[in-house]
Design a protein around this ligand. Sequence first.
Ligand SMILES: *[C@@H]1O[C@H](CO)[C@@H](O)[C@H](O)[C@H]1NC(C)=O
Ligand SMILES: *[C@@H]1O[C@H](CO)[C@@H](O)[C@H](O)[C@H]1NC(C)=O
Ligand SMILES: *[C@@H]1O[C@H](CO)[C@@H](O)[C@H](O)[C@H]1NC(C)=O
Ligand SMILES: *[C@@H]1O[C@H](CO)[C@@H](O)[C@H](O)[C@H]1NC(C)=O
Length: 405
Amino acid sequence: RETMAREKVTRARALCMRGYLLTVCLSVWMDSAHGIGVQLIPQYPMVRQSVTLSVTGVTGTIRQFTWYKGSSTDDNNQIFNVIPETNSVTNGPQYFSRASHFPNGSLQISGLVPTDQGNYTVFIQTIEGTAQHTVLLTVYEPVTSSVISTNNKEPQENGKVTLTCSTNNAEKILWSKNGVSLPPGLILSADNKTLTFSSVSRSDTGQYRCEASNAVSKIISDPYTLTVNYGPENLRITGSQQVTSGNPISLECSADSVPAPTYQWKLNWTVLEFQNNKLNIQQATSENAGNYTCIVTNSVTKLSREISVYVTVNDNQCQSGNSAAFTAAIICGCILGTVLIICATFLLYKRYVLPLKGQSGVGGEDPSRIYDNIPNTAVSQPEKEEGPYMGLEYSTENTYSDLKQ
Ligand SMILES: *[C@@H]1O[C@H](CO)[C@@H](O)[C@H](O)[C@H]1NC(C)=O
Ligand SMILES: *[C@@H]1O[C@H](CO)[C@@H](O)[C@H](O)[C@H]1NC(C)=O
Ligand SMILES: *[C@@H]1O[C@H](CO)[C@@H](O)[C@H](O)[C@H]1NC(C)=O
Ligand SMILES: *[C@@H]1O[C@H](CO)[C@@H](O)[C@H](O)[C@H]1NC(C)=O
């Protein structure tokens, strides 16, 4: 019967073309003009849910309607044919039990499965004429959890890194870095699943997420922390390099490095026991003087760099209390000068006084006073090179005055 109706329309249209049967033409074009439509309820049907393909725009009482799976009204595509008035239903080859109908011409499919996706065509015959409409049913599946993976778990600066967002059913994938959209200059694949850093830099370090979505769902991945390893570079050592004997030697070594580097210390060529970036010697002696080297190693980049400082340990014997180096030098000079005076006096004594001694027998108190001074000064060694000269000038006068005495 429905086939007959279709044939009628085709015939009617052919006749219209030829200018015949004005009334038939009017009804056919009216149907076409008003048309019918099919509205999907809900608009984005999901698997396991139901959808109603609701026929809209129907004018007049429905005599019969037929649903087809596909975009043509081919008999092989028929799901069912319904005459609402008598509630008589004829199932076609494409009938399936999850399909049902409403008197208003609508088709309902329950328990949607992905293969339900496709075109559906409805053909409707009313008392006023016939009309058909094809609609595409898209069956949505929720996006599956999105997970970021990488090709390079410990990337080094200037290396290539790709981050991949693994997810299914997504229509759209968006990436974010530290909660905001990606900075420019990064390469995304056509489907946005892969983010490529062709030459990664330390500024790319951060937390990345991908957001996978389609019309019915959205899933944001857990953050992936991209850490770009580099260094060590920009090595520096802080701490005093001029230490007075008895005071601590305290050096601190640092460098720019990701991950945090390991440290090793050497004095001259000998490895010291200090394992971190701080070196501490409580009471320095002259034995602690030398070339201190800090060796910094990055376990990921496998790079090792070193920096050295020369630490001098000044003897504090010449230094009394509040010693500025200059004052110390003068004092040392004085002492050295005194030594020289003693020596000179002794020599003069030996040369001029001793020969006379035999004759006059004059013992004199001066020599004993001179010898008394020796134990105090004998310990002091020649120190600063500048000392003796300063002392010498000053002491020469003393020598003369001593002699005059
Ligand atoms: C047809 O009937 C169904 C079931 O009552 C309803 O959901 C749908 O909205 C109806 N369609 C129209 C166009 O009224
Ligand atoms: C649905 O029909 C349209 C137009 O007739 C066609 O382009 C499309 O490929 C069809 N889609 C499916 C899934 O059959
Ligand atoms: C890819 O990402 C860009 C923004 O980075 C976005 O504008 C676009 O819609 C996305 N395309 C897809 C298919 O996800
Ligand atoms: C280290 O070498 C310097 C000379 O370069 C030397 O003066 C110093 O005594 C040495 N220190 C040690 C502890 O060997």
